[in-house]
Write a protein that binds this ligand. Structure first.
Ligand SMILES: C[S@@+](CC[C@H](N)C(=O)[O-])C[C@H]1O[C@@H](n2cnc3c(N)ncnc32)[C@H](O)[C@@H]1O
Length: 334
């Protein structure tokens, strides 16, 4: 069934949507479940539902209640096929396993990581330095930790680590020292000003605000994005179904936008696609381990130049995907 996407322009353009649909849509296969671990504005979810058979159901997660409201509206034509979950995808098994018992096997899981355009574009959420707003940056408004607490409560060392690692910012220490000296900081624009003054003018890149990397780093810290991903991927790999009569196993696909995210995905998939882990000097395999999954992408796939030109958010995207084999889940190694 094809459904018109939207009369108005989509608020968030789904990245590499055609490729995601080719990897995950369930058409002419056994009925089952798809999981969108990060439904956002529902762009990928809508494309997947439209391209999948009518008996395919979708479980849609988001930590952001506003995103879920928007997704509910955009997916209203498929309302009877979708279960919305207001929770982090680190709770995948808890929410999806009971649905599997009722609705059938998980045939695909999608992650489209990071923040959505709506979050970045709504000044009151505090993700952007382009408008004055409280330092918030929580994806889940019920979560305890805000950017204000990180900025005003952490030591120079902790801030340096966050800004260097999550922001990949070479002036992390200078920025952290400037932030601590200027505390308390209450708004996005106050923080952006402090960062801007801490970064040497000669090193600025045209088109990139000097506070971009620091804001990204704080967002990752506030939302525990990397820890949640690390905890979620093994759950997804354990939940997707082994091949059925039609011969295709359940699939997991991840779109990431940050090198640390991509590294976590790469490691998790490498672990799943590895068979025997016996020491090389052992003459015969003693572990009996077979790969839990096979790779569907060679390395990370990138969007084409035309997509990047039309959707700047796609620029950093990397897509990796694997398919579950018939092997039993590995014990103790994820
Ligand atoms: C890039 S957007 C997804 C856009 C979506 N694919 C679309 O086509 O509209 C990422 C979404 O993931 C959500 N998110 C981020 N981390 C999450 C997590 N750990 N669990 C659930 N949702 C998360 C964000 O709130 C945001 O709405």
């Amino acid at each position: 069934m094809r459904v018109a996407t939207a009369v108005r322009p989509a608020p968030h353009e789904p990245v590499m949507a055609e490729r995601v649909v080719a990897l995950l849509a369930v058409a002419g296969r056994r009925p089952g479940l798809l999981v969108d671990a990060t439904v956002g504005a529902g762009g990928h979810a809508l494309a997947l539902l439209a391209a999948s058979s009518a008996d395919t159901r979708l479980v849609a997660f988001d930590r952001d209640a506003d995103a879920l409201d928007l997704a509910r509206t955009r997916l209203s034509a498929h309302a009877d096929r979708v279960t919305f979950v207001h929770a982090g995808h680190d709770r995948l098994t808890e929410y999806v396993a009971p649905v599997v018992a009722r609705e059938g096997p998980v045939l695909g899981v999608l992650y489209d990581l990071g923040a959505s355009s709506m979050q970045l574009d709504r000044p009151e959420r505090g993700f952007s330095f382009r408008a004055t707003a409280p330092l918030d940056m929580r994806m889940d408004a019920d979560a305890a930790l805000t950017a204000a607490e990180v900025v005003n409560g952490r030591s120079v060392e902790e801030l340096t680590r966050i800004i260097r690692w999550y922001g990949e910012e070479r002036f992390a220490r200078r920025i952290a020292q400037a932030v601590v000296a200027a505390r308390p900081l209450r708004t996005t624009t106050e923080l952006a000003g402090v960062v801007e003054r801490a970064v040497p003018a000669a090193t600025r890149r045209p088109g990139l605000h000097p506070a971009t990397r620091t804001f990204q780093a704080l967002r990752i810290e506030v939302n525990g994005e990397l820890e949640r991903l690390r905890s979620s991927l093994p759950q997804a790999l354990g939940l997707v179904a082994p091949p059925g009569a039609e011969g295709r196993g359940g699939r997991v696909a991840v779109l990431s936008y940050h090198s640390l995210e991509d590294r976590i995905v790469k490691r998790s998939f490498a672990e799943a696609t590895t068979g025997c882990v016996c020491p090389p000097d052992l003459p015969v395999c003693a572990c009996g381990r077979s790969p839990l999954a096979t790779a569907l992408t060679r390395g990370a796939e990138r969007p084409g130049a035309a997509e990047v030109a039309g959707n700047p958010r796609a620029r950093a995207a990397r897509l990796r995907a694997v398919e579950r084999t018939a092997a039993a889940p590995h014990r103790g190694r994820g």
